[in-house]
Design a protein. Structure first.
Length: 537
């Protein structure tokens, strides 16, 4: 589905629907383009996810999958040992504080690293849904509070999700409408192309579209594979960057931009308007302006100081959304106005964005600005008698609720779906020759973690073991796994095994040689290639 502006508006207004009708890519594009602040729930069989959007930007994603929790994700990514995870999780549960704060206190990760990990984890949770070909979505009334200050850029997410993960059938059906048509870059896209980071190959294709070309001509002029071209065209079409030339209005203009000196819109690429200075009075002599003194040299800052400052800002940024005005300013509930003023001034000096003049700190200006403004709001709230009394009542109520919780309430309890546990059970059944039972568990694991190439490879091969009639489909699934995860040697090995069993020896040899490079020091593909060579002789 390649949506029009009217369709985007219609999609964004829906309260529910199915992914068969509206795939995740155009659904997310519509909500982002319309700058929706809402909670989007998506369910597929036993898996559910709730995406929190603020002004169209995904800022959080909750699910019932254990591998998507912060601690488990860090273990899987090699960022945290199993022992450190279990110990930190216990302290987090007993104290009732987020795991991230415990990790920071323990020195197992610094604030900059933690923010990067949280951002990567959020992106991975969202990317999973580009693989979903079925499921239901709805707008829910849950008030999920965003506490982590994360944001994901939707255009970049859609580009990555479509080019790497979207099902081939979805891509083919959408791009079919573009076959034979002359394509061009839209001068007024939903999202500007300049805001999207393209790889060199993607940039090459975007450049080739500029004069206006058909898909076949793009393949000839760039030399890129057709599948790669169609995926990028689908992604850019969803974002409104690429469109059939005959569908672009002749009077379409680039989006308006605001000048830095005023609020009048200026067409993109047009020179900014300048205001001529008033002419001097004829009788007044024109004197040369005095030379401006050179700017003072910036004080030298050590690398250690820069790193300390980065972590100070990031740690405050990661936690400020969970804090009320008293906690943010570090004040007791009995604080007087002079004490409030003093604490606010301390916070203002720490996070004033205009003080970040070091090149390595410039990227943190926006986050420092958010902290500075949050401190300003906290100061105003505590200095207003009515607002302060309301906050005090809310804090007292929360303390009473916490005191009423039964003993042991802080214990670790979970009903999250554990894909790894089901995968291990499925593998055990495969080794016992119980392939039909194994397929059920492997499907569960792959449903929960569709980006895991190992799960997908074992599932495809197990289906083949159930019935050789699944050979062609299994090969397609393994090829798709290799496209998504080129480093999955097991997928290449199983593709070789199936090709050998079905008599396609040349294909099998190619897959085994690829698996040898990817699976070293595992000898299975080496032995398989030797057996294949002996069989061919």
């Amino acid at each position: 589905m390649i949506p029009t502006p009217q369709q985007l508006e219609d999609i964004a207004s829906r309260q529910e629907g199915s992914l068969q009708e509206i795939p995740f890519s155009p659904l997310l594009c519509a909500l982002s383009f319309q700058k929706k602040t809402t909670v989007l729930e998506i369910r597929r069989r036993q898996v559910w996810k709730k995406i929190v959007l603020e002004e169209g930007l995904p800022v959080d994603c909750r699910s019932n999958l254990v591998h998507e929790t912060l601690g488990r994700y860090m273990v899987l990514e090699g960022k945290l040992t199993e022992d450190d995870f279990n110990a930190s999780l216990g302290r987090s549960a007993s104290r009732g504080v987020p795991l991230g704060e415990v990790l920071l206190e323990s020195g197992l990760v610094n604030a900059v690293e933690l923010f990067r990990i949280l951002q990567q984890n959020l992106a991975k949770k969202l990317l999973d849904m580009f693989t979903w070909r079925e499921g239901e979505f709805r707008i829910v009334e849950d008030e999920l509070r965003n506490e982590m200050s994360l944001k994901v850029k939707v255009p970049q997410l859609i580009l990555t999700g479509v080019t790497k993960l979207a099902p081939q059938e979805e891509v083919d059906m959408a791009v079919a409408a573009l076959v034979g048509k002359k394509l061009a870059l839209h001068p007024a896209p939903f999202f500007p192309l300049e805001d999207i980071r393209l790889s060199p190959r993607q940039a090459q294709l975007a450049e080739a579209i500029k004069p206006g070309r058909r898909m076949g001509e793009l393949a000839e002029s760039t030399g890129l594979p057709v599948d790669e071209i169609t995926r990028l065209l689908y992604a850019l079409s969803i974002l409104g960057v690429v469109a059939p030339a005959d569908s672009i209005p002749k009077d379409a203009a680039p989006p308006a931009l605001k000048t830095t000196t005023g609020s009048f819109p200026v067409a993109a690429g047009a020179p900014a308007a300048t205001v001529a200075p008033p002419a001097p009075e004829p009788s007044a002599p024109v004197l040369p302006a005095p030379a401006a003194p050179p700017p003072p040299a910036a004080p030298a800052v050590s690398t250690a100081d820069v790193e300390r400052r980065r972590n100070e800002i990031m740690q405050a940024y990661l936690t400020y959304r969970r804090q009320d005005a008293f906690d943010l300013l570090g004040l007791p509930e009995t604080a007087t106005v002079p004490a409030i003023e003093e604490k606010f001034l301390v916070l203002a000096r720490r996070f004033a964005p205009w003080t970040l003049d070091h090149p390595d700190l410039k990227a943190l200006e926006d986050r420092a600005r958010e902290l500075f403004l949050a401190g300003s709001r906290a100061f105003a709230e505590l200095c207003d008698t009515e607002q302060r009394n309301t906050l005090l009542f809310r804090r007292r109520t929360l303390r009473e609720e916490k005191a009423r919780k039964p003993a042991g309430f802080g214990g670790i309890k979970t009903d999250l779906l554990d894909s790894e546990a089901q995968f291990k059970k499925g593998r055990a059944l495969m080794e016992q020759g119980k392939h039909k039972e194994a397929v059920v568990l492997l499907e569960f694991a792959s449903d929960c973690d569709p980006q895991n190439g190992l799960y997908a490879a074992e599932l495809a091969y197990c289906r083949f073991l159930v019935s050789t009639a699944h050979a062609n489909q299994a090969i397609k699934e393994l090829q798709e796994t290799l496209r998504r995860d080129p480093g999955c040697g097991l997928a290449a090995f199983y593709a070789g095994e199936i090709s050998r069993e079905t008599g396609f020896f040349d294909d099998a040899e190619g897959y085994f040689r690829r698996a040898i490079k990817l699976m070293s020091p595992d000898r299975r593909p080496i032995d398989a290639l030797k057996n294949l060579s002996a069989r061919k002789r």
